[in-house]
Write a protein that binds this ligand. Structure first.
Ligand SMILES: *[C@@H]1O[C@H](CO)[C@@H](O)[C@H](O)[C@H]1NC(C)=O
Length: 268
């Protein structure tokens, strides 16, 4: 009986991820574009408190009702964080959006801020309360452990990051098409060389399609054959400048951390 319940809970969980009510518009606009509102409903804005105000600092993805996936380098132990969910415009108090405090941050044990090129730039944030899923707030799917995307697989990076090097921060959520660059190519000397490891995913870097928008901690969203969106990457580095030839954005490869994610959620 318990087994059946557990099984149906898992199946229900799997069914309720990665399928936005408001479908993203999948165009091939160079340089990024405004997303259709609430079409990436697992995207969150991670914010910290500064002089009584909340400031956007990173993106993140809702992966369980009370857990957000982000980058380790987004988290500073001295700060107080919250996440905004269900938002399109950061400056507008949109109906149906939620602000929830972060009660605990679990940073990967092998993360070392002075060794970014070792990877493990991944963290899970526990929310002070579980959120209810709505058309505006939904869970991302995670890829099966070990999944490696083929070279040129199309994915979308999303976030409130800059659109151009040193450009203004956009107020509404942006999306940008990025093509996956496989490890053999990305780690070759004229690309990222040894700064890229097998625990990372590269995408972009053809010098034409922007690898600039999106921001740290946010998702690399890739659609699986069944139509569901899976978060294959967490924006880690290389995305602050835009459109550098052979310098794609580098993401933490989520499929390498499925066991870690499941353990952290089960043990906290
Ligand atoms: C992180 O890397 C630096 C530089 O190699 C090293 O000195 C330091 O001990 C490392 N920190 C941890 C916690 O492993």
């Amino acid at each position: 009986m318990i087994r059946t319940l557990l099984l149906s809970a898992l199946v229900a969980g799997a069914l309720s991820c990665g399928l936005p009510t408001n479908l993203p518009q999948l165009s091939r606009v160079v340089g990024g574009e405004e997303a259709t509102p609430n079409s990436w409903p697992w995207q969150v804005s991670l914010q910290y408190s500064s002089n009584g105000q909340w400031r956007h600092t990173c993106g993140g993805s809702l992966v369980a009702n009370n857990w957000v996936l982000t980058a380790a380098h987004c988290i500073s132990s001295s700060r107080t964080y919250r996440v905004l969910l269900g938002r399109h415009s950061l400056s507008t108090e949109e109906p149906g959006s939620l602000a929830v405090k972060v009660s605990k941050a679990v940073i990967h044990e092998d993360w070392n801020a002075s060794k970014l090129s070792n990877g493990n730039d991944i963290a899970l944030l526990k929310l002070a309360s579980s959120v209810s899923l709505t058309d505006q707030i939904q869970l991302a799917c995670l890829p099966p452990a070990g999944t490696i995307l083929a070279n040129n697989y199309p994915c979308y990076v999303t976030g409130w990051g800059r659109l151009q090097t040193n450009g203004a921060l956009p107020d509404v959520l942006q999306q940008g098409l990025l093509l996956v660059v496989d490890y053999a190519t990305c780690s070759s000397p004229s690309w990222w060389g040894s700064s890229v490891k097998t625990n990372m995913v590269c995408a972009g870097g053809d010098g034409v399609i922007s690898s600039c928008n999106g921001d740290s901690g946010g998702p690399l969203n890739c659609q699986a054959a069944d139509g569901r969106w899976q978060v294959h990457g967490v924006v880690s580095f290389g995305s602050l400048g835009c459109n550098y030839y052979h310098k794609p954005s580098v993401f933490t490869r989520v499929s390498n951390y499925i066991d870690w994610i499941q353990k952290v959620i089960a043990n906290n």
